[in-house]
Design a binder for this molecule. Structure first.
Ligand code: KG4
Ligand code: ZN
Length: 375
């Protein structure tokens, strides 16, 4: 089954043709990063306008790259929730129109489900999907190399930070969520304080490579259960930046970058990244302890591209302490180019929904749901 996946929930216009939920026949992503770097963040109206310009050429290219005509496409999938209202509208209305025009079944898909299913896509560059049995000798959960159920999914993006328990395909239970900022949002806001370019995740990671992660000690939030909080960490970074740049706690955040040295910025970036990734892993460990039946963990969403997080989980250690047996299960990441928003993951999610009996939507009636949770 070949599905055309369309994604426009934020600032990437993307389309992809995927076969059987795994094999990527084409994957076209037009990013608006260059536009928004100048503003330091996404401007929703500009994003929607850019999607409008790009969407049809992007879909045409996805079909051409896959050597497909409309006759070869079995279904259309589109992100209809959650995301920026104007951005979601462009993708969803385009998908609705194409479904009616070409008489194809239409599947509206939740964005976080798509990020999760990116872990089943076959990487375009073999070897980028990490599959690491625990060094304590635990056998890999699944010899085929794709995640098996039940599993834990850590979803870390610009808008969400959640731990999900999936007892079976297309079965999502939220077991942990953030009380305030998402971790990706925290990277973006701290990058802004440090005067690093948008998006913050990759620029913090680059600065952190040159810094000392032990220089500053940022607090771990005291949040009960499997929930997260990142606003305290963000404030702690702000206070540290104010303190080392002259000790005036009234200095507005937008003036701080000019008062910090490169070395100070790099050390803050490294200490923050180290703390944020430790927090994520600690919660994943706690989730495994609460859900011992989980056979593996998958990491999903834009921040899953983070190399330090991958490194810590790959080496099964956090600050010299072994992760095993607390985690002790294989951990999967999407290929790096599938961590961020793309159409292939949308098609993969629709494929999983179809296999679990979900029926197509009425293309005249599909609505966008900018703020709806995964379940
Ligand atoms: O999934 P995504 O592309 O869009 C949303 O659904 O939000 O995630 C974007 C987020 C941004 O906050 C970005 O800073 C973060 O993912 N991100 C990273 C890295 N690359 C992107 N965060 C940490 N480290 C990275 N290497
Ligand atoms: Zn996303």
């Amino acid at each position: 089954m070949k599905i055309l996946g369309i994604e426009t929930s934020c600032d990437e216009t993307a389309a992809s043709v995927v076969e059987d939920g795994r094999i990527i026949l084409s994957n076209v992503v037009v990013s608006q990063i260059d536009i928004f770097a100048a503003y330091g963040g996404v401007i929703p109206e500009l994003a929607a306008r850019s999607h409008l310009e790009a969407i049809l050429p992007v879909i045409d290219k996805a079909l051409r790259d896959a050597s497909c005509t409309w006759a070869d496409i079995d279904a259309i999938a589109v992100t209809h929730a959650p995301g920026l209202l104007g951005s979601l509208l462009i993708g969803t209305l385009t998908a609705r129109t194409l479904a009616i025009l070409h008489n194809k079944p239409l599947y509206p898909v939740h964005h976080l489900k798509s990020h999760v299913y990116a872990n089943w896509l076959e990487p375009e560059n073999p070897g980028t999907l990490l599959y690491e049995p625990c060094p304590d000798g635990n056998p890999p959960a699944n010899k085929e190399g794709s995640p098996d159920f039940p599993l834990l999914a850590l979803v870390i993006s610009g808008g969400h930070t959640q731990i999900l328990y999936m007892a079976a395909p297309n079965n999502f239970k939220i077991i942990g969520t953030t009380h305030d900022d998402a971790v990706g949002e925290c990277f973006d806001k701290i990058a802004k304080i440090l005067g690093l370019p948008y998006p913050g995740g990759p620029s913090i990671a680059t600065a952190a490579k040159k810094g000392n992660p032990a220089k500053y000690h940022f607090p771990h939030p005291k949040v009960a259960n499997l929930d997260f909080s990142f606003s305290g960490l963000k404030t702690a970074v702000l206070r540290t930046a104010q303190e080392i740049s002259g000790g005036n706690f009234r200095t507005p955040s937008h003036e701080l970058a000019g008062k910090l040295t490169e070395e100070q910025k790099n050390d803050i970036a490294a200490s923050f990244e180290d703390t944020a990734t430790d927090i994520l892993i600690e919660k994943l460990q706690a989730a495994k302890a609460e859900y011992p039946a989980a056979t593996c963990a998958i990491i999903a969403g834009g921040a899953s591209a983070n190399a330090l997080l991958r490194e810590k989980l790959k080496n099964h250690e956090i600050k010299g302490q072994p992760l095993c047996p607390a985690l002790g299960i294989p951990v999967y990441f999407p290929a790096k180019n599938l961590s961020g928003d793309n159409g292939a993951m949308v098609a993969a999610a629709a494929d999983a929904e179809i296999k679990s009996g979900v029926q197509p939507a009425n293309p005249y009636k599909v609505n966008i749901l900018p703020r709806t949770p995964i379940v």
